[in-house]
Design a protein around this ligand. Structure first.
Ligand code: AMP
Length: 216
């Protein structure tokens, strides 16, 4: 079973995807995490991706699609995957459909976590990250025990370049222009289920699991 988790930046896709992957036994494939690993490792792909990520732009389709398809070709993704952050453009969605079709598979269900633009702005604006372990805190939703310091290692928290106000605004525009059209694409294919993302993480999780029960 291949599942796609869709939603604006800050919808909580990452957290939910990790849980859902555990629950379903599907491998969690997050293109944002893959790019960040490459950035940390200083690979050629990382250097290229960083230029786009820092500005809140999408990494070009050609590069992103190649990276994702290579990931899906590995053993642990042969029978399914939990896709988080991919596809983000129509071209990516079409490439995914084509690649899965060649394997006799398909995207089985797309789960949309709906969050209003105002709420997205609020959530992303207060996000701080530990430079050591990548732990994410939030000024109001999940403050660290000591202001500005990581709970685990005590290092000063930083604001990721893509969490800065200009980049947030750009990420939202990019989502509306390039990713939101996928809602129509997957609705027409009869694959979309929406859940209300403006509830507690546990309630969102319960709704997502409920939606999955309907997938044969
Ligand atoms: P995320 O952690 O999913 O928000 O991704 C972080 C950044 O990685 C995004 O803002 C993009 O610059 C890049 N990225 C992740 N997934 C994709 C994708 N499917 N297509 C293009 N760029 C992506």
């Amino acid at each position: 079973m291949h599942l796609v988790l869709l939603g604006p930046p800050g919808a909580g896709k990452g957290t939910q995807a990790v849980d859902l992957a555990k629950e379903t036994g599907l491998v969690h494939v997050a293109t944002g995490d893959m790019f960040r690993e490459n950035v940390r490792g200083g690979t050629e792909l990382g250097v290229l991706a960083k230029q786009y990520m820092d500005k809140g732009e999408l990494v070009p389709d050609e590069v992103t699609i190649a990276m994702l398809l290579e990931r899906l070709s590995r053993d642990d993704a042969q029978t399914g995957s939990m896709l988080d952050g991919f596809p983000r453009t129509l071209e990516q969605a079409i490439a995914l459909d084509k690649a899965l079709e060649e394997r006799g598979q398909r995207v089985d269900r797309v789960l949309l976590i709906e969050v209003s633009p105002d709420e997205v702005q609020r959530r992303l604006g207060g996000r701080w990250t530990c430079p050591t372990d990548g732990a994410i805190y939030h000024e109001t939703n999940k403050p660290p025990a000591v202001a500005g310091k990581c709970d685990d290692c005590g290092r000063a928290l930083i604001q990721r370049d893509d969490d800065k106000p200009e980049a947030i605004a750009r990420r939202l525009t990019v989502y509306n222009e390039q990713t939101a059209p996928l809602i129509g694409y997957y609705t027409e294919a009869g694959k979309l289920t929406s859940v209300n993302g403006e509830q507690s993480p546990d309630a969102v999780r319960a709704d997502l699991l409920n939606a999955l029960k309907e997938v044969a």
